[in-house]
Design a protein around this ligand. Structure first.
Ligand code: SAM
Ligand code: SF4
Length: 330
């Protein structure tokens, strides 16, 4: 029988998000500061170490892996890593979160390697505003990347939009219409207080999922779907479209009691909860016992009791977690 990861609150961990790089070609205002110092290469897990971590988790009953970052598509060798993870037994959901800019170049190879689903971040459909929000991003390239992903044949593509008050809440309906036209799902994300950003005060820009939902319902009444996923997302349908609308609301809807996930940072720190600092250094285990799968699995099993019962994010702008999202993996 496969070993399973069950924490002290009876929650089974079957989903891991692995950050494959802290680097990115964008500098989104809610994610990074303008001037970022990235990690020295030696501190970042190698492709072999990343593959080994993925294998250890699947051997411990994890069925779903998401690759994230930073921007996963700027990591050299990402296609090899996808090829390797794509063949792991027991994995039935393999996905990536990307800013989309590299998809024209990579989409087909990712599908060939076994990646089944994609989340693509898109916060604005206005090129000038897109540039302001991402600081370096080119909207046309991302839209082209979305089209490349559709052509490559992913099973499902979802857009992710972070909504900030005063910055892009007036685009909520345009983003929904874009998702409908393109036949994609879309999730709206509340900004999380991860890392100190220079661009804005988080308390001023907080815009709740309930407010986003009210904007959408003025045009498209929403009905809850039955396909609920454990975690922070809630999904809804519109009467006349296959596109699903999701809300990811760490602030306004506490989702911790069904949390089924853990994260591995780009430095190999196993994070038991996005909103807390509890972690275990898997890189140290990997480098102390090279190639020793049992040592790695034992370290993961031993870490599980550190998974806290819940997070304590607030919307008053306090920074509770000093990690940036690009380190954590969104
Ligand atoms: N670079 C990829 C991308 O942008 O999709 C993957 C990494 S990014 C950190 C993952 C997701 O986290 C993106 O959808 C991004 O919009 C979101 N994100 C980043 N910082 C955030 C924050 N402070 N609050 C909420 N979401 C955030
Ligand atoms: Fe890069 Fe993604 Fe962070 Fe934007 S949200 S800066 S694309 S890692």
């Amino acid at each position: 029988m496969t070993e399973q990861l069950i924490d002290d609150f009876g929650r089974r961990v079957n989903y891991v998000r692995i950050s494959v790089t802290d680097r990115c070609d964008f500098r989104c205002v809610y994610c990074m500061s303008e001037e970022m110092t990235f990690l020295p290469r030696a501190q970042v897990l190698t492709l072999e170490e990343l593959a080994m971590v993925a294998r250890a988790f699947t051997e411990l009953g994890v069925e779903k892996i998401r690759l994230t970052g930073g921007e996963p598509l700027v990591r050299k060798g990402i296609e090899q890593l996808v090829d390797e993870i794509g063949t792991l037994p027991g994995l039935n959901d393999f996905t990536m979160t990307t800013n989309g800019a590299g998809l024209r170049q990579h989409a087909r190879q990712l599908v060939n390697g076994g990646l089944r689903r994609l989340n693509i971040s898109l916060d604005s459909l206005d090129p000038v505003r897109f540039k302001q929000l991402t600081r370096t991003g080119d909207l046309a390239k991302v839209i082209d990347g979305i089209h490349a992903a559709k052509e490559a044949g992913f099973e499902r593509i979802k857009l992710n939009a972070v909504i900030l008050k005063g910055r892009n809440e007036d685009e909520v309906l345009d983003l929904v219409d874009f998702a409908r036209q393109e036949g994609l799902d879309i999730s709206f994300i509340e900004e999380m207080p991860l890392g100190e950003v220079s661009d804005h005060s988080r308390a001023e820009t907080f815009y709740s999922s309930d407010d986003v939902r009210a904007l959408i319902e003025a045009r498209y009444p929403l009905t809850p779907t039955t396909d609920t996923t454990p975690g922070p997302s809630r999904y809804f349908k519109m009467a006349d479209s296959d596109s699903r609308i999701g809300f990811i609301s760490p602030h306004s809807h506490n989702f911790c009691d069904t949390c089924n996930r853990v994260r591995v940072t780009v430095e190999g720190r196993l994070l038991l909860c996005l909103g807390n600092e509890h972690s275990v250094d898997l890189r140290a285990v990997l480098r102390r016992h090279p190639g020793d799968m049992q040592a790695l699995k034992t370290a993961i099993i031993k870490a599980l009791p550190l998974k806290p019962e819940r997070h304590y994010f607030t919307t008053d702008g306090d920074i509770q977690v000093v990690r940036f999202m690009n380190m954590t993996g969104g």
